[in-house]
Ligand binder design. Structure first.
Ligand SMILES: [Mn+2]
Length: 476
């Protein structure tokens, strides 16, 4: 989920700022507010891109305001190169104008990193006095006054502009005491090397999940507590289960699947990424107006027998799920609908949408269904990508990627991939739980895929808050 603002005010003035590894830090402050000193104190020289330094690079004079445009072209160019490589960027420029920030936010979006604003909101007099002591800064006091005024005006809109974190330091003490705590991206599980058992789309097929876990060597026991059934799973030596999402909807026992997976995750024997069906269920449980289609009605009905505490647990579980994970020193990526190389390990709305829904071209075909961009057929990444989302008759490798949604709820199989063995383990559905519009047939995989696209389109429309409309069937 999103990284919230995590500055902590310790004993009233010490500010601790949590800094995700893949961030674009935008310093905001008038001339003389101490941005460069602050940047040098907390960041490596190569992490800091300063507008003054770029002015000097192009003109030999860091105070030559007439080369500002060229200087920022250089700054943006280097920033882009660093962000592409996954390197931290700290922009040391006044950034008090919305236009200046807009181009930086665009860069953060382009490279799917977290845009963060750190505002040095110091008194105008202090900034002016500091500038007065510098022989190279002979601009009039009106310049600083305007910058402070623009900064104050900006404070209200920084979040709305798109900064995911905004930290405002208001006194020299706060500036002096601020510290940064670097942390890996939430998607980064590179130090976890497995072995893993990655399990495909379950869709409420509780019985098959129990069978598959048994087949994989997991012992699952249950006890009855005041709060209901509590599962306890013991994996085979050193292994962990990884669920690719779409735990719920369509099938006979979504609450049972949720309970089992939540218990396993809580006990540290499983990891779970969200599917589009979890995302939609969360919106429904949070009171949003979503259509009870594609098996959601069944889930809601099944959840009616559950306690409020269970519903709350489901909500916070789903809300806490991270879009995708990078495991094993970068060799394995797990995401519900897949993950193209450029997005792996990064964090943005687009990355999350890709993880949940896959990539669509933005166009629709003659039936009004979204045209899918086939990322897997063009995938050239080194990391193996294991995903689900689109039911296929057989799990097959394509360019180091594999879809393990084999349509259990439609009467297919529930599939797991053992990693690093690359061994598929399957159990057949006990029955067809949910009639697909067209049969799940090996010779006709595209028809089911097309039906699934339709689901996604409705889900995406829910996300966008638009009215979901059904296509008329035949095209124009
Ligand atoms: Mn899905």
């Amino acid at each position: 989920m999103t990284n919230g603002a995590t500055a902590l005010l310790v004993d009233g003035k010490n500010v601790e700022i949590t800094l995700p590894e893949l961030s674009l830090v935008v310093l905001v402050g008038a001339s003389g507010s101490g941005k460069s000193t602050f940047a040098r104190k907390h960041f490596k020289p190569t992490e800091i891109l300063s507008s003054d330094a770029c002015r000097a690079l192009v003109s030999d004079n860091e105070n030559d305001q007439s080369v500002t445009t060229a200087a920022f072209e250089v700054l943006h160019y280097i920033a882009g190169k660093r962000l592409a490589l996954g390197k931290l960027v700290v922009v040391d420029a006044t950034n008090v104008q919305r236009d200046a920030r807009r181009s930086l936010l665009r860069l953060a979006r382009e490279y799917h990193v977290i845009p963060m604003a750190v505002v040095l909101d110091l008194p105008e007099r202090l900034c002016r006095d500091r500038n007065a002591h510098r022989s190279d800064r002979n601009f009039g006091s009106h310049v600083v006054r305007n910058q402070v005024r623009q900064l104050r005006r900006s404070l209200r809109s920084l979040r709305r502009e798109g900064f995911r974190q905004v930290h405002v330091l208001k006194t020299p003490d706060e500036v002096d005491s601020a510290t940064f705590v670097r942390q890996p991206m939430w998607t980064d599980k590179r130090i976890e090397t497995g072995p893993f058992d990655i399990i495909g789309d379950i869709h409420g097929c509780f019985e098959e999940t129990r069978s598959l876990l048994a087949r994989l060597g997991y012992t699952v026991s249950e006890s009855t507590r005041e709060s209901g059934i509590r599962y306890s799973a013991t994996p085979p030596d050193g292994r962990r289960a990884v669920f690719v999402g779409d735990l719920v909807d369509r099938g006979p026992d979504s609450p049972g699947v949720l309970r089992l997976v939540m218990d396993m995750v809580e006990d540290g024997v499983a990891i779970c990424v969200p599917g589009n069906h979890e995302a939609k269920l969360l919106r429904k449980l949070s009171g949003r107006n979503v259509q009870l289609t594609h098996g959601l009605a069944e889930t809601i009905e099944q959840l009616e027998g559950e306690s409020e505490a269970f519903i709350d647990r489901v909500k916070s579980f789903i809300a806490g799920l991270i879009s995708h994970y990078v495991f094993d020193r970068g060799r394995l990526v797990v995401a519900h609908a897949g993950m193209k190389e450029a997005f792996q390990g990064r964090g943005s709305g687009a990355v999350r949408a890709f993880a949940l829904y896959g990539e669509t071209t933005g166009e629709t075909d003659e039936y009004g269904l979204p045209v899918r961009y086939d990322w897997a057929s063009e995938y050239r990444g080194d990391a193996m990508v294991v995903y689900g989302h689109t039911p296929v008759a057989e799990a097959e490798w394509l360019n180091n990627t594999i879809c393990i949604d084999t349509g259990c709820v439609f009467g297919g199989n529930l599939t797991a991939l053992r990693y690093p063995e690359k061994e598929l383990v399957q159990v057949p559905a006990v029955r067809c739980h949910y009639e697909p519009v067209r049969p799940l047939a090996a010779e006709e995989p595209s028809s089911l895929a097309a039906q699934h696209e339709h689901d996604d389109m409705l889900d995406i429309q829910d996300v966008l808050g638009k009215r979901a409309s059904r296509p008329n069937g035949a095209g124009p």
